[in-house]
Every structure is written in C-alpha cells, then in structure tokens.
Design a protein around this ligand. Structure first.
Ligand SMILES: [Ca+2]
Length: 282
C-alpha cells in the first residue's frame, strides 16, 4: 500500500481527446483526504488466497459464464458460446470462464499468478475488500493517484503516449479488434508490476485492466458532485471503471487516459476488468 497525502488537484479533462458522453469534464479543482492505495491491481495470487480461505464464489462462477475476448476463445468454446452482443461482437459469453479459467474450460492461471485477477464483478471486488478490511478507491482518489503528482497531463507519466519510443502501458497495437501485434509485449494481461510506475510509485494505473471504483457511474459526475472528497453515491445501475485495458486502442477506446471513464453493471465480469484496493487513514 502506498500512502498518498491528498490535497487539491485538477480532476477531469476538457480535452477534445475525451468522450463528452462519458462525462470526463468539465475539469475542476477537487480535494481528497489522505489515503492509501495499492501499488498494484489485485493479483490472481491474492484473489486465490481470498477464495481459498473464504470459499467465496464469484458471480461469473455462479452465472456459469463470463465475457472473453474473441481472439482468446478456443474454437470449441466458440461453438458453445451465445451470440456476441451486436455492439461489441468481439466479446464471447464463454461457459465456464471465470477468474481461475480466464479463457474457459481447459485454461488456467498457473503462469499468471502475478497478473491482475479478471472476471471479477464489482460485487466480487467489494467482497474481496470486505475480507481484507479495505475498500475500492473513489473515482477522485483513483484519478488523484493515477496522475502521480503531475498536473493536467494525459497519462500517468505525461502527455506523450510513448516517450522516447518506450511503451509505458499495456494497450492494443495494430488493428482493433482483429490484429494485435502486441508491440508492448502483451496481447492479454501483463504482470501487475510491468512497465515503470508513475510518480507515486503506482503501477499500471492505465492499460492492462480496467479497475472498478467505489462510485456509481454517471456522465453528470463532474457537474453534480462536490469538490471535497467527491463520490457519486446515487444508484444509477452501473458502477465506475477507470484506466482502460489491454484492449484499448486509439481508434476504438481511447480511454487509457487518466481522465477517461467507463462503466458496467455491478454483476458483470469480463476478461479485462479487475481492481485495486484503497484504505482510509484511521
Ligand atoms: Ca498490449
């Protein structure tokens, strides 16, 4: 866990790069109290310790399926999968896919114990947090943390996606959704400590996996929450996610920016969403 002193920062973005429908702005000054946040997303090893000790069964396990990106789905599983959602035909609802079988039956996490856990719903993430005595970060805390002490920048390390040609996060290179040349080293998830950390020693705040936040999601977030420790608390049916994932590409989902936002229903799980944990100071 990394202690962050809190304070004021410019949250959100007015950039034309943003998605107005997501409510990334208007940018404004926000204050957050001191808190701690995990340097890394919760790993498969950590989630396994939780599941082993508590017997917790995730929602994907109970529902019997989860969304897997099409290029990772075995042909045999594709035949059994339900038709993909028409708006996002690259997602296959794969029977048996869950956190310890990320691509469905016959797949596993033995060689990915230091990768972020995926196929966890918001409810699953909240259950893990109850076990550790922690909580999910608010969106404001997450963005304060992701910015790493920089003011008004696009990424956790600055404004250039690849400073001096170096990959700084795990996103998509190539033609989405058909050809990922994985120039950054990873077609799927990367270890949670891959790439250089930001100025607060936090790893993979953008890219790799989406991270659930504590807030309900609303495009009116910036317009309707206060400036001190904001949190959108009115249920909207969808929970906030931050940071983008290994599937993000400029052409389709330019959301590997610190101000970018997205959402999903709290019982949903996918192969590209996980979480990190936070703590209030006693
Ligand atoms: Ca990648």
């Amino acid at each position: 866990m990394v202690y962050l002193p809190g304070g004021t920062f410019t949250m959100g973005s007015n950039s034309a790069e943003g998605y107005p429908a997501d409510g990334e702005g208007p940018a404004r000054t926000v204050r957050v109290d001191p808190f701690r946040i995990s340097a890394y997303a919760v790993t498969n090893a950590q989630f396994k310790a939780f599941a082993d000790e508590t017997g917790y069964v995730t929602e994907a396990e109970r529902f019997g399926w989860s969304f897997v990106f099409h290029l990772f789905v075995p042909e045999s599983a594709k035949l059994l999968a339900d038709p993909a959602p028409s708006a996002t035909p690259w997602w296959f609802a794969v029977n048996g896919a869950c956190w310890f079988r990320p691509e469905g039956p016959g797949t596993g996490i033995a060689d990915r114990m230091d990768h972020p856990v995926v196929h966890v719903s918001w409810h699953d993430a909240a259950a893990y947090c109850r076990w550790t005595g922690q909580r999910l970060p608010t969106e404001a805390e997450w963005e304060y943390a992701a910015r790493g002490g920089l003011e008004g920048r696009t990424y956790p390390w600055g404004d250039l996606l690849k400073p001096e040609g170096a990959h700084r996060c795990n996103i998509w290179q190539g033609k989405f959704p058909v050809k990922n040349n994985a120039a950054d080293g990873y077609a799927g998830t990367a270890p949670v400590d891959a790439y250089a950390p930001n100025g607060y020693s936090l790893y993979n705040m953008v890219g790799n996996v989406w991270e659930w936040c504590a807030d309900w999601f609303s495009p009116a977030y910036h317009a309707s929450t206060g400036r001190a420790n904001p949190r959108f608390a009115r249920p909207t049916g969808v929970r906030s996610m931050r940071g983008g994932s290994y599937l993000c590409h400029r052409s389709y989902c330019n959301r590997y920016r610190v101000a970018a936002r997205s959402s999903n229903t709290p019982d949903s799980s996918t192969g590209n969403c996980g979480f990190r944990v936070a703590e209030s100071l006693k």
